[in-house]
Design a protein around this ligand. Structure first.
Ligand code: BEZ
Length: 212
């Protein structure tokens, strides 16, 4: 299945290191980040899972549940988890889905046969509380992901959901944002952006962070 921004994240039921997961039910009213790993006991994945474990407070603060998947069994994940905790100085406090049957990998199109026909690439799916896919990123197995960027994307999605703004290049939470070009009425601009705005061009208008 080909998944895009705006698709409903496919539901599934699968075993994990924290028991059976019914995905949509497990997400509840939270946002979700589902991220794939090519294989257990591999170096880059080990650092990534440790990094996420050290950032779980940041994900929780944003009402995001994180869920990893790797194409090996839950028993293998449990053995690997000991190594991750020991080498990355962390406590793995989120589930890793078993996927020996490649059910999740296939459902989410995480295997790119031109790269490798059995292992997944590094996919990340950002899922909102309505179970809609709001962003996806894909890296090759050789490139570890930047999880600060993943938090930054969540910050942008959550901010732009609640204000008529967009976030410019290299934006970080707290920086100025861009006013949606559709808003032209001065009274509406004054109401929505009481801190004022700066028009660099008529189509490029910046306003201070509306959530601060
Ligand atoms: C890794 O996680 O280190 C890795 C996995 C598969 C291919 C290359 C690297």
């Amino acid at each position: 299945m080909s998944l895009h921004i705006g698709s409903i994240a496919p539901d599934f039921e699968q075993d994990s290191t924290e028991g059976r997961i019914r995905f949509h039910e497990w997400l509840g009213t939270s946002w979700g980040v589902l991220f794939s790993h090519p294989k257990d006991f591999t170096p880059v994945c080990t650092t990534e899972l440790g990094r996420v474990a050290n950032l779980t407070a940041e994900f929780k603060r944003r009402n995001v549940k994180v869920l990893a998947v790797s194409v090996d069994s839950v028993d293998s994940h449990r053995e690997w988890a000991k190594d991750i905790e020991e080498t990355q100085d962390c406590e793995l406090d989120y589930p890793i889905l078993g996927d020996s049957d490649r059910k999740i990998a296939n459902l989410y199109d995480m295997i790119h046969p031109e790269a490798n026909d059995t292992l997944t690439v590094r996919s990340v799916f950002f899922i909102d509380p309505n179970k809609k896919i709001r962003a996806l990123i894909t890296y090759p197995a050789s490139t570890g992901r930047n999880f600060q960027e993943i938090l930054r994307v969540i910050d942008s999605l959550q901010l732009t959901d609640s204000h008529k703004v967009a976030t410019p290049a290299d934006w970080k939470s707290g920086d100025d944002v861009v006013i949606a070009p559709a808003i032209q009425d001065e009274a509406e601009l004054a109401r929505r952006f009481p801190k004022g705005y700066r028009a660099v061009r008529p189509y490029l208008r910046l306003t201070p962070a509306p959530d601060r």
